[in-house]
Design a protein around this ligand. Structure first.
Ligand code: ITT
Length: 195
């Protein structure tokens, strides 16, 4: 039988990436599937705090085991920005194109292009919280390249590659990505835990 688990996200790209890592043994349930239509609050000053807030919010609303992911792009030359503000870097909403334009503007003339994605997953299982982290190092290129993925993917080239995440299939991105690394830790944990 499949393990059903609630993933506290409204981002369809994230859901597809995570489902691909989890494989057929797990079935992801979205907030909407549980009747939660409103936006889940993420008002904390850290990725850890936001992941925890999103997972707890959904657990409180549904009583179900659930997990949430909060992710930030941390750019060395910008002192770790946009970091926890990655979704609302340029505007109040999730305007990926505006965020990418602002990032390129803020890095104009900068030779240090090092950056990393960091994902923190918070899992609420039987009322207890557990956290998992995944990081991928890479660099920000000068122009958006590729149509796959979402967010900053067209600007991010992971170390060891010469293509952006937006030029990769979900499977290729998952081989090295921040999110997939965190999810694999989550899966290991779930496999070992007595349910
Ligand atoms: P949920 O909170 O509903 O899960 P979100 O899109 O708000 O979805 P985050 O707060 O975790 O997700 O992510 C903040 C932003 O970081 C997101 O809007 C993207 O711009 C960017 N981001 C996150 N993961 C990314 C990835 O794998 N590739 C590129 N950009 C990503």
């Amino acid at each position: 039988m499949k393990n059903r688990i609630v993933f506290a996200t409204n981002n369809a790209h994230k859901k597809a990436e995570v489902q691909a890592v989890l494989g057929p043994d797990f079935e992801l349930v979205t907030p909407r599937d549980c009747g939660v239509e409103e936006e889940i609050p993420e008002t904390q000053p850290t990725l850890e705090g936001n992941a925890s807030q999103k997972a707890r919010y959904l657990h409180d609303r549904t009583g179900l085991d659930c997990f949430a992911d909060d992710t930030g792009l941390e750019v060395a030359a910008l002192g770790g920005a946009p970091g926890v503000h990655s979704a609302r870097y340029a505007t109040d909403g999730h305007d990926f194109a505006a965020n990418n334009r602002l990032l390129l503007r803020n890095l104009a003339g900068q030779t240090d292009r090092r950056a990393r994605f960091r994902t923190v997953i918070a899992l609420i299982l039987g009322g207890e919280e557990h956290r998992f982290e995944g990081i991928v190092e890479g660099r920000i290129i000068e122009h958006e390249t590729g149509d796959e993925g979402f967010g900053y993917d067209p600007l991010f080239v992971p170390d060891g590659y010469d293509r952006t995440f937006a030029q990769m299939s979900v499977e290729e991105k998952n081989a090295v990505s921040h999110r997939a690394r965190a999810v694999r830790k989550l899966v290991e944990f779930l496999k070992n835990v007595e349910r």
